[in-house]
Design a protein around this ligand. Structure first.
Ligand SMILES: [Zn+2]
Length: 297
């Protein structure tokens, strides 16, 4: 998971540039909600391209590349309401506990509440996400430490008062995902920057909630790219030619850019290679073995 830093003002400007009337319509729909009137229940899809572009075509939570070409990729992703609009259910259920292989000591959220009605049209309550993260896993769940304040109208202040377990990666008001979740090889773990609470639990819950350490497609995707980065580091270690070194460093930088799927995993591996190359080489062997055995899984 990576952050997509943007100020609320800049996000609104991007929405306006995409659809000059959307923000005005959103304000009008929110007003209707206050009066219990019928509203447009699909207009958030109109701004999906804004989030697709901002997120480099990646899912906000699992970093799978879904694409950002409107003609082809729109269908693959959802505008996910970070705070659910239709209701909040306790998390996890017994079924999810089994499906996600959750550790027994993982924090849980027993709150039940109505949906965050007033955030249905709030641009800081949206993210573009894959269907597995949004429909299969996120659904109507929004685990929080404190009681959910579903009458809230501002995600920025709600983040402080509710203390959600899940990390919102867009904007500048939640924790930085890369400083909260890092990777040991292919596996996501709480980062050194998240040793304190509640950040440590937030990292653990976010990893578990989205199945980030158990989904084969994510593990395989990370492995393919990490293998490439590792091979470039091996070439780098074997050459003294400055132009070759410069080219390889450039290629590593490109592979680890925010636009690459699973870049948070790749950047953690780069850091490991630069600080503990022997450990990184061992990790690379494990990854190669994982790739070699993947077909038999
Ligand atoms: Zn996803």
């Amino acid at each position: 998971m990576i952050g997509y830093p943007i100020t609320p003002k800049a996000l609104r400007a991007q929405i306006k540039a995409h659809d000059s009337k959307w923000l005005t319509k959103a304000a009008a729909e929110t007003k209707k909600l206050k009066h219990g009137q019928k509203v447009d229940k699909s207009m958030w899809s109109d701004v999906k391209p804004v989030y697709m572009k901002l997120q480099h075509g990646k899912c906000a939570f699992c970093e799978t590349l879904l694409g950002k070409q409107i003609d082809f990729d729109l269908i693959k992703q959802d505008v996910e309401h970070f705070r659910p609009k239709n209701g909040v259910d306790p998390w996890p259920t017994e079924k999810l506990r089994n499906k996600l292989k959750l550790p027994t000591d993982l924090p849980q959220s027993t709150h039940t509440a109505k949906g965050y009605t007033f955030l249905a049209y709030h641009e800081l309550n949206y993210a573009s996400s894959c269907k597995t993260c949004n429909s299969t896993l996120k659904s109507n769940y929004f685990p929080t430490i404190k009681k959910p304040v579903t009458a809230g109208k501002n995600p920025v202040t709600l983040t402080k008062s509710e203390q959600p377990y899940l990390i919102y990666p867009i904007g500048d008001f939640d924790v930085v995902p890369e400083k909260t979740i890092t990777f040991l090889g292919l596996l996501p773990v709480p980062a050194n920057g998240a040793t304190q609470q509640p950040d440590h639990d937030r990292a653990r819950v976010t990893i578990a909630f989205f199945g980030l350490s158990i989904r084969d497609d994510l593990m395989y995707g990370r492995a393919l790219l990490l293998d490439q980065v590792g091979d470039k580091f091996k070439l780098l270690a074997a050459t003294n030619v400055p132009t070759e070194q410069a080219d390889l460093n450039k290629e590593i930088d490109i592979l680890c850019s925010p636009a690459t799927p699973y870049s948070s995993c790749l950047n953690a591996f780069v850091l490991l290679w630069r600080n503990k190359p022997d450990k990184a080489r061992e990790m690379l062997k494990i990854v190669k073995a994982y790739l070699a055995g993947f077909g038999e899984k």
